[in-house]
Design a protein around this ligand. Structure first.
Ligand SMILES: [Mn+2]
Length: 427
C-alpha cells in the first residue's frame, strides 16, 4: 500500500469517525504523545550483561533458539535501535540492573553505580530516550533459594536491600541526567514451592526491607518508585510473599508515611487467569494518582509471550481511555520470546500495545456514555460493538506515515534484511 492509498483511506475513515463524534486528528496527537517504555530483556532472553552472575531463575523462563541473540551491550543496543526505528510514537527504555557493564571492575550488585551504566546513558541521550530501571533480584547465587528481601539470613537480606538502594540511586541518576523522571520498579521472586509454616514472618520481613530501601529521600522530580506483585512462579507455586494484597497494603502504608511517590505496578501476567487487570485501573485511581502497567501476555501461566491484540490488552486500554488516564498510567512492555526473531518480537509487541491504545482512543466514548446515562443500554452495547469494526487500520497507517515508520506489514522486510546481514553473522 502506497502513501496515496493510505491518505485516501484515512480521509474516508476520518469522516466515518467524525459521524460518531470522534476527532481523529486529536486522537493522533494524543497517540504521538503517549510514551511506552520498551524493555531491554527481549533482546537476549533475560541473560543480562554481568560478569559475576547470569541466567534467569526466580520462576521466570525464556525459551527458544532463534539465531543472532545479542552477545554484548553494543549488539543489544543496536538491536533495540533497529526495533525502535520501526515503531511510531514516543518511547522510553526499560533496563534491569543485570544489564550493568562493569568491564574489568569486579563488582557485585550491591555496589552498582551510575558509571556501570555509562554506555546506556550515552545511548539513551543519542536516541532521546528516557530510562526506567529495575533492580534484579533473580539470576544470582544469593537468590538461588528464591528468597531475597524476605531472606531469613540477615546478611543475604541486607545484600538485596543494598542492591535495591543502589538501584534507586541509579534510577535517580538517569532521571537527573536525562531530565525526565525514571521509574524504579521493584519485583522480587520470593516465595516457596510448598506451604510455608509462617507466612506472616516472611511478609513482615518484606515490609521492613522495603521500608529500609525507600527511607532514603530522593527527589520525586527524578525518581518514581514502583512495587510489583505476583501470583506465583515456577518453583514458587504455593506462596508468593509479594502478593497483590501485600503491595496494596504496603502502598497505603507508604502514602500514610508521606511517601506519595510510590506507585503500584500491575503486570498483566501476574494475576489469576480469569482476573481482569483492566478492572483494577479505576479502582486504584480512586485512591492513588499514578500507576504502572507491565504489558505482557500470559498463556495459561505468566509465560511472558509477545503482546498481541487480544481482549485483555484491548480492555486494559479502553479502561485507561475511559478513565482519561493515559497521563497517569505508565505503560511498559514486559515479555521475552527467543523462539522467533527477537527484533520482530519487540516490534510486533510494541506496535500491538500502541495500536490497542489507538483503538481505545478512537472509541465513540461520548456517545456510549450518553446512551448509558439515558438508560438506553441496548444502544450502549450496540455502539460498543460497532466501535470494534470501524476502520482503525486506516488511522494507524496514516499515523505510521506521519511518524515516518513503515505502515502495515512493511516493517517485516527491514527485519528480514537485518537478520540476513547482522543476526546470521553472529555465531
Ligand atoms: Mn513485570
Amino acid at each position: 500500500m502506497n502513501k496515496h492509498q493510505i491518505e485516501t483511506q484515512y480521509q474516508a475513515a476520518r469522516e466515518q469517525y467524525a459521524e460518531l463524534g470522534v476527532d481523529t486528528e486529536a486522537v493522533l496527537r494524543q497517540l504521538e504523545q503517549l510514551e511506552i517504555s520498551m524493555h531491554c530483556w527481549q533482546g537476549d532472553d533475560v541473560t543480562g550483561l554481568e560478569q559475576m552472575a547470569g541466567g534467569t531463575s526466580g520462576g521466570i523462563m525464556s525459551t527458544g533458539s532463534s539465531p543472532g541473540i545479542a552477545r554484548d551491550g553494543d549488539e543489544l543496543r543496536d538491536d533495540m535501535a533497529m526495533a525502535l526505528s520501526l515503531l511510531p510514537g514516543r518511547h522510553r527504555v526499560n533496563l534491569h540492573a543485570s544489564y550493568a557493564e562493569t568491564g574489568s571492575d569486579q563488582v557485585d550488585r550491591d555496589s552498582y553505580e551510575m558509571r556501570h551504566f555509562e554506555a546506556w546513558l550515552n545511548w539513551a541521550r543519542q536516541h532521546q530516550l528516557a530510562v526506567d530501571f529495575n533492580p534484579t533480584l533473580f539470576g544470582h547465587r544469593l537468590a538461588d533459594d528464591n528468597m531475597t528481601l524476605t531472606h531469613p539470613d540477615e546478611s543475604t537480606r541486607q545484600f538485596w536491600i543494598r542492591h535495591c538502594q543502589a538501584s534507586r540511586r541509579i534510577a535517580d541518576g538517569f532521571g537527573r541526567a536525562l531530565g525526565r523522571p525514571s521509574i524504579c520498579n521493584i519485583w522480587i521472586p520470593d516465595g516457596s514451592k510448598d506451604i510455608p509454616a509462617d507466612r506472616g514472618v516472611l511478609r513482615r520481613r518484606l515490609k521492613d526491607s522495603l521500608d529500609a530501601i525507600l527511607s532514603e529521600a530522593l527527589p520525586g522530580e527524578h525518581l518514581v518508585d514502583a512495587i510489583e506483585s505476583k501470583l506465583f512462579g515456577v518453583g514458587v507455586e504455593s506462596f508468593t510473599a509479594g502478593s497483590h494484597e501485600f503491595y496494596m497494603g504496603y502502598l497505603a502504608h507508604s502514602h500514610a508515611l508521606g511517601r506519595r511517590n510510590v506507585v503500584l505496578t500491575l503486570d498483566m501476567g501476574h494475576y489469576h487467569p480469569t482476573e481482569a487487570v483492566s478492572d483494577k485501573i479505576s479502582a486504584l485511581l480512586t485512591f492513588y494518582p499514578r500507576l504502572l502497567v507491565h504489558v505482557s501476555r500470559p498463556v495459561k501461566w505468566d509465560s511472558d509471550h509477545v503482546v498481541i491484540t487480544d481482549d485483555a490488552l484491548q480492555d486494559l486500554m479502553r479502561e485507561i481511555h475511559r478513565s482519561d488516564a493515559f497521563d497517569r498510567v505508565s505503560l511498559a512492555t514486559d515479555f521475552f520470546d527467543g523462539s522467533i526473531n527477537r527484533i520482530a518480537a519487540w516490534v510486533i509487541g510494541l506496535r500491538a500495545t500502541r495500536r490497542a491504545a489507538l483503538q481505545a482512543m478512537l472509541e465513540p466514548t461520548e456517545r456510549i456514555r450518553e446512551a448509558e446515562a439515558a438508560g438506553r443500554l441496548a444502544d450502549r452495547l450496540a455502539l460498543t460493538e460497532e466501535a470494534k469494526h470501524l476502520p482503525a487500520q486506516a488511522i494507524w497507517n496514516e499515523f505510521c506515515v506521519r511518524e515516518q515508520v513503515p505502515a502495515g506489514l512493511n516493517y517485516l522486510e527491514p527485519i528480514h534484511e537485518y537478520e540476513r546481514k547482522i543476526l546470521r553473522e553472529r555465531s
